[in-house]
Design a protein around this ligand. Structure first.
Ligand SMILES: Cc1ncc(COP(=O)(O)O)c(C=O)c1O
Length: 509
């Protein structure tokens, strides 16, 4: 039966068809957990938006529709009233319920039948820079992803036990906002740890708890620099800092690295104002070399006379396999030019999302205020768990255990490398950290070997891509600590087979 719900022929609705299409749209929402009135609203709104219901179309009365759908009239009433309050329907006493003009105007301009070009509104310059920088991190860990700790070795049960107790005893704090500088207890633990193990001069008031070193580098870049400021970076060097600096509009000045770390003599000879320098002095990323003592002193002198910042990234120095960990340069400099950055990504697990910045006292307020504006603060729960994990001695015990484990893995990895990959690449000796740098050889190309590995599901991060200036080494930065020796060896065997067949076909050509 065909029934006229509207004022003209154009506005005729087939009642059965209307109820039928509603039933279909209601069924589609069954798994949403929404109540029936909301599902009816959504279904009718959808009909209007896709143009199935048109301007001035009259809807069945709530009584009729309820009867057809076999539901209570109040439910349909509630849906109609809500759509009226949103402006999609109008209800005229004695005449019925109609699709509004506004709804139809919206449809005329935006509806699916309107021929219109999609508008892509231009982003700001920083959006374009971010997009060009690329490098969205793939969360899947593969052999030989750089810089991944072994997550299976983490004492999760201890962590969970502390977390459960904190949830029980401090639920009000866990659920609430908390200190933007970071939990006092955690800052005290971090300050104590850094003084005892890294030679950092600070107290809890200098520590700002953040989510990652990357956040620290991004905040340092945006708060302490202006677009066009020049910042020196190690070459080769960590891509994370280059991205943060570029996002802030800084100009990067590559300074070469040799067997003793950053060439401070080269930096000192550069003319023109340089606002800061980024260094990984304990364990240079990616080469693994340590900045020599004379260079540390020279760097501090240079920073003082140039009124420049030193950004010290101490990302993995706990993992030094021969000899005691090297202390940081922050402890050598009383002048307040050093921003010391550290992270729990490597010592605990990346998902913990806790890192820290140790800032000179006069800068702390700037960072804490900015943190409040950016994202408030880090979540209370993990901070509180970590504070107890540290005060209970679990953190230092875990680092000690991991150092032994990773040292064994390093040795096994290098032996397996010799067995399988030595025809294709040679490695630098790795005295610490999570990865080794390798130079490809015997005609193996960096790009082609990385592509071949990717086809096997193996990640071989590029060494060349970490350089800004020439000459550049071609090779790989291979992460080894996250893999059990047999996993590493199996991946190397596969890789060697693939590279071997590649070199044979190269020879045949
Ligand atoms: C030099 C350096 N700094 C910092 C980090 C990472 O720190 P986060 O995960 O806390 O951003 C890495 C990770 O690979 C790194 O290599």
């Amino acid at each position: 039966m065909s029934v006229h719900y509207g004022m003209s022929e154009q506005t005729t609705l087939m009642r059965d068809k209307f109820a039928g299409s509603l039933i279909h749209l209601l069924e589609e929402q069954i798994d949403t957990g929404l109540n029936l009135a909301t599902r009816i609203q959504n279904a009718i709104r959808r009909q209007i938006i896709v143009g199935a219901l048109k301007r001035k179309d009259r809807l069945p009365s709530s009584r009729t529709l309820a009867a057809e759908l076999g539901i209570a009239r109040d439910t349909v009433e509630a849906a109609y009233q809500h759509l009226e309050s949103e402006g999609f329907l109008t209800r005229l006493h004695g005449s019925g319920t109609f699709v509004t003009e506004t709804g139809s105007d919206f449809l005329r301009d935006h509806g699916p039948r309107t021929r219109r070009r999609n508008v892509e509104i231009e982003t700001g310059n920083r959006g374009r820079i971010a997009l060009n920088l690329g490098g969205v991190r793939d969360p899947v860990t593969r052999a030989f992803s750089a810089a991944m700790p072994d997550l299976r070795a983490f004492p999760s049960s201890t962590w969970n036990r502390i977390a459960s107790r904190i949830m029980r005893e401090q639920a009000a704090c866990v659920l609430n906002y908390s200190d933007p500088q970071g939990l006092r207890d955690l800052r005290e633990e971090i300050a104590r740890y850094l003084a005892a193990h890294r030679g950092v001069r600070c107290n809890a008031d200098n520590v700002v708890v953040l989510t990652s070193s990357q956040q620290a580098l991004a905040m340092i870049s945006s708060l302490l620099l202006d677009p066009g400021d020049v910042v020196a970076v190690e070459d080769p060097g960590y891509p994370g800092v280059k991205a943060a600096l570029k996002m802030a509009g800084a100009d990067l000045l590559p300074v070469p690295v040799d067997g003793e770390g950053l060439r401070v003599d080269v930096l000192s000879r550069r003319r023109g104002p340089i606002r800061g320098v980024y260094v990984t002095p304990s364990h240079q990323y990616p080469t693994g070399v340590t900045l020599g003592f004379d260079r540390r002193v020279a760097l501090i002198e240079w920073a003082r006379s140039n009124k420049a910042w030193i950004i010290e990234d101490d990302y993995d120095s706990e993992y030094r396999y021969e000899g005691a960990p090297i202390s940081c340069i922050q402890g050598l400099d009383p002048s307040g030019a050093i921003l010391y950055v550290g992270t729990f990504t490597k010592t605990l697990f990346p998902g913990v999302r806790i890192a820290y910045l140790v800032a000179p006292s006069y800068l702390v307020k700037t960072f804490v205020t900015a943190r409040t504006l950016v994202d408030g603060h880090s979540a209370y729960l993990n901070q509180a768990v970590l504070a107890e994990f540290m005060s209970g001695g679990h953190f230092t015990a875990h680092v000690r255990r991991m150092r032994e484990l990773y040292k064994g893995r390093r040795d096994a990895f290098l032996e397996a490398f010799d067995r399988h990959l030595s025809p294709f690449a040679s490695f630098d000796v790795a005295n610490g950290g999570f990865q080794i740098t390798c130079d490809v050889r015997n005609g193996v190309g960096e790009a082609e070997s990385i592509r071949a590995a990717a086809q096997l599901g193996i990640e071989l991060p590029s060494l060349r891509s970490l350089y800004l200036a020439r000459p550049q080494r071609s090779g790989w930065v291979m992460g080894y600590v996250g893999l059990a020796p047999q996993e590493a060896e199996a991946a190397m065997r596969k890789l060697a087979r693939s590279l071997g067949s590649g070199s044979q076909s190269r020879r045949r050509v």
